[in-house]
Design a protein around this ligand. Structure first.
Ligand SMILES: Cc1cc2nc3c(=O)[nH]c(=O)nc-3n(C[C@H](O)[C@H](O)[C@H](O)COP(=O)(O)OP(=O)(O)OC[C@H]3O[C@@H](n4cnc5c(N)ncnc54)[C@H](O)[C@@H]3O)c2cc1C
Length: 442
């Protein structure tokens, strides 16, 4: 039986970048996905952090960039305030990006098993995962490996079959999940009648609506992207209904591409490696909580995981733990801070959010930083209490201040994640204690 260094479940953005990275370091890698080649990758364009695309291992070609927005235009919930911000994302054709990543994996000698079914972990009696088993063309297959990566997105197909003792977090509260839907439509450069104004070339977000936002982006003179992301679990209207309504109101033409799905917007649980299994991408809850952008960070995390797995002087468990540590130090701790902020913001009414934006408490710098998932102790946030004396809504400011303080503590705690988080029981308990305060945001 063939033995691999790494077998990856899921040939999405995380899985392919992880495969590429490990193959370039000389590892023997196989990737297994349930989809056929033509169905892989999203049939639309996503916002992907420029900084991630500029990494040598990923890169991008101009033909993958479908639009160059002038910037980000943010409208407050009650439309009383608007902001014009820089946008450090590229709008990327996710089918083309996916195709290039897949070609790179093949060029580097990666083995692909597509249209697989019944993908399951091979578990030893100790609970350690030693590979994947699945059916291919109706025949049972087993691929044994030192490491297995679960890159199956929110389905978390391997993680969910691991024994309880693995310490992985499996269940997500529905309020920690966003549902997003988008359509790219033809248009004639004008909107119908007296409907909303559309700013040519700007990506406009109507912020703080239904626990998320809706957007409209005239990408070119004859093509426009319309979409929405909502928080689940609160009975908000489904974007698969609201987006077509908006398309109708705007009088847009033929549907060119689009689609929808769910995105985990909670930040990562500290256990990203256990019993021979690594979690990367949406299966590890690595999207930016305050914007729902997960593709860029899935690829960034795959590079971090690859770096750790290639440290051949370390034993497998040390390499897995190193991935956890590097991830939280490089990005995960910052995203935990934004997750606390997300929970707090989603607890406020649209009126309160509008007020915060009008007063500049949630101003340009704060919006820029949170949408990009870039930690910064921004002036408006840090001087909140001083501001509080001049305002009437002290209750709101105190709630926000408390959330920021928990966010800071959680961030610092995660930056100091010990090697083997699961064995650091005291450390893990403190993590849960800090997080539990955020469950009571009302
Ligand atoms: C409408 C919409 C808009 C979005 N917009 C943006 C955006 O603008 N910017 C951004 O950064 N992110 C965006 N996202 C989120 C982004 O798409 C995800 O965060 C990203 O795709 C996560 O990558 P991944 O590789 O972890 O998972 P995925 O891309 O979901 O890939 C998972 C792969 O695993 C495979 N798989 C599933 N089950 C199994 C199994 N049992 N066995 C084997 N393989 C399996 C799937 O077929 C798939 O190929 C959006 C999402 C949606 C739905």
């Amino acid at each position: 039986m063939l033995k691999y260094d790494l077998v990856i479940a899921g040939a999405g953005y995380a899985g392919l970048v992880l495969a590429m990275k490990c193959l370039s370091g000389g590892m023997k890698v196989a990737v297994v996905d349930i989809k056929a080649e033509g169905d892989l990758g999203h049939d639309w364009s996503d916002s992907v952090e420029r900084e991630v695309l500029e990494k040598r291992d990923i890169g991008f070609s101009e033909k993958e960039i479908t639009a160059k927005p002038k910037g980000l235009h943010i409208i407050s919930p009650l439309r009383s305030k608007e902001f014009f911000l820089d946008y450090a994302y590229e709008i990327v054709d996710m089918k083309l990006l996916h195709k290039r990543l897949l070609e790179k994996v093949e060029e580097r000698g990666g083995e692909l098993h597509l249209r697989a079914s019944a993908v399951r972990p091979i578990l030893e009696s100790s609970g350690r995962c030693k590979g994947l088993r699945f059916n291919e063309n109706g025949e049972p297959r087993e691929l044994k490996a030192d490491f297995v990566a679960d890159c199956t997105g929110i389905k978390s197909a391997i993680k969910s079959l691991m024994p309880r003792g693995s310490g992985f977090k499996i269940e997500l509260s529905s309020t920690d999940i966003s549902k997003a839907y988008r359509e790219v439509r033809r248009w004639n450069g004008k909107t119908k009648g007296n409907t909303e104004k559309v700013l040519a070339g700007w990506l406009s977000y109507h912020y703080g609506i239904n626990g998320g936002y809706s957007w409209v982006h005239p990408e070119t003179d004859d093509r426009i992207d319309v979409g929405a992301g909502i928080q689940l679990g609160k009975g908000y209207p489904d974007p698969e209904n609201t987006v077509p309504e908006r398309v109708k109101n705007l009088g847009l033409g033929e549907r060119l591409r689009g689609g929808g799905g769910v995105i985990p917007v909670s930040s990562s649980h500290p256990v990203l490696y256990s019993h021979g299994v690594l979690l990367v991408g949406d299966s590890a809850f690595q999207a930016i909580p305050t914007s729902g952008c997960g593709a860029g960070n899935a690829m960034r995390s795959a590079l971090i995981a690859g770096d750790a797995l290639l440290r051949s002087r370390l034993n497998p468990d040390e390499r897995g733990s190193l991935y956890e540590r590097l991830y939280f130090q490089q990005k995960g701790a910052d995203l935990a801070y934004y997750d606390v902020l997300r929970r707090r913001m989603q607890s406020f009414t649209p009126e309160t959010l509008d007020w915060l934006m009008k007063k500049g408490i949630l101003g340009s710098r704060e919006l820029y930083a949170s949408i990009h998932g870039l930690y910064q102790n921004t002036p408006a946030f840090s001087t909140l209490l001083k501001l509080a004396y001049g305002f009437t809504r002290i209750d709101v400011l105190l709630k926000l201040k408390r959330a920021l303080s928990i966010g800071e503590k959680l961030r610092e705690h995660l930056q100091n994640i010990p090697y083997r988080a699961k064995s650091g029981e005291k450390w893990l308990q403190k993590y849960y204690d800090l997080l539990s305060e955020t469950y009571h945001f009302d």
